[in-house]
Design a protein around this ligand. Structure first.
Ligand code: ATP
Ligand code: FE
Length: 358
């Protein structure tokens, strides 16, 4: 079964073709970082216009790279149904439905975060994570710690009442006035922290530790801490390179330590519930961060040195938004002939624990 999928829930326009035998035939991602650099985040109207310009290009390129004829070789069309920015979602949804109607193909609307969570079932083949597994979904719109018990059952163990980890990385990156180029703000911060620095760095006072001991995230205080530190020094122009680097590294370490603590609490909770968890999946854009990958690995080894829980990351380019994950998350439904109607509505707000059991 061959699926053509489109994704446009935030700021990347994506199209991809994936088969039920796990072949990724194409994966097109058209990024818009530079269009939003001047704003405080994703500017919805600008994102919608860019999706409208780019969606036909992405679909055409996905078919061209896979060398497939849409009228003969595609068996189903998938798209992101939610959650996301309503106007952005509608660009992908309309493209998918119109293509499907014209070609008389079935459609499946996919939950974006479910797709992030299921990516390792594709990319870690032939040793995929086994249910039940813990999942950390860390992205631009979410900070979620879940217990996944089937393809469609996710129990939320921890979430955030305020800001997502990805948005916090973005804000700190912006406060430090780092150049994004084509990386995007979060990856630019990681790259800035990873530079070699021979001499000593100044000591930065420890960041706050919100929700200590509780299964919940809170990142808003992290970026306000960085903001206060910078203004207490008279603004970013007054900070020398060593201080900027020390501040960036202290932030990145604290942001990751917050995840480590909650992961340990979630694992301990599973033990008290007699839920045997052998795998932890980490996905979403922030999971492409290599520093974070190393720290979480160490944390899990410390937690169970004899029989460490295995940690599954998709490759970095499949952690950030892409349509491969949408195609893959639709596959079990296509194979079960559990299609959506062409009139299926969008769900721009949609909790992952409210997926219908299909
Ligand atoms: P959601 O999946 O919650 O709807 P989204 O789709 O906008 O949000 P993703 O593409 O999954 O988000 O992730 C984007 C986020 O990941 C951004 O906040 C970005 O800065 C962050 N990010 C990407 N690469 C890195 C990195 N190397 N280090 C830290 N953060 C990163
Ligand atoms: Fe995403």
């Amino acid at each position: 079964f061959t699926v053509l999928a489109v994704e446009s829930s935030a700021d990347d326009t994506c199209a991809a073709i994936v088969t039920s035998s796990r072949q990724i035939l194409s994966n097109v991602v058209i990024k818009q970082h530079d269009l939003h650099e001047g704003f405080g985040g994703i500017h919805p109207m600008i994102a919608i216009e860019a999706h409208q310009r780019n969606m036909p290009i992405a679909v055409k390129r996905a078919l061209g790279e896979a060398k497939l004829d849409v009228s003969k070789d595609i068996d189903g069309i998938a798209f992101t149904r939610g959650p996301g920015i309503g106007g952005c979602l509608s660009v992908g949804s309309n493209a998918a439905k119109t293509l499907a109607a014209a070609l008389n193909l079935p459609i499946v609307g996919v939950h974006h975060m479910q797709a992030h969570a299921l990516t390792p079932l594709l990319t870690s083949w032939p040793n995929p994570p086994k249910f039940p597994f813990l999942t950390l979904l860390i992205s631009g719109g979410h900070t979620l710690l879940l217990l996944a018990t089937s393809l469609t059952s996710f129990r939320i163990l921890a979430t955030t009442p305020d800001e997502s980890i990805g948005r916090t990385f973005d804000k700190v990156s912006r406060m430090l006035e780092l150049k994004w180029s084509n990386l995007g703000p979060g990856a630019a911060l990681e790259q800035f922290c990873a530079q070699t620095w021979e001499s000593d760095l100044p000591k930065i006072p420890a960041l706050p530790w919100p929700m200590r001991g509780k299964l919940g995230f809170s990142y808003a205080s992290f970026h306000s801490y960085v903001e206060r530190y910078i203004s207490s020094r008279g603004g970013i122009q007054e900070l020398d390179m060593a201080t900027k680097l020390a501040l960036a590294r202290t932030f990145q370490t604290a942001a990751v330590a917050h995840l480590e603590e909650k992961l340990v609490l979630a694992y301990e909770w599973c033990v008290t519930q007699n839920i045997e968890v052998c795998d932890v999946v980490v996905s979403g854009g922030v999971a492409s961060n290599q520093f974070l990958r190393g720290r979480l690995q160490e944390c899990l080894i410390k937690l169970n040195p004899v029989n460490p829980i295995s940690l599954c990351f998709p490759p970095p380019h499949l952690c950030t938004d892409n349509a491969v994950m949408i195609a893959w998350a639709s596959m079990h439904r296509f194979l079960a002939r559990d299609y959506d109607d062409y009139t299926v509505n969008l769900r721009s707000k949609w909790n992952i624990d409210e997926l219908s059991p299909n």
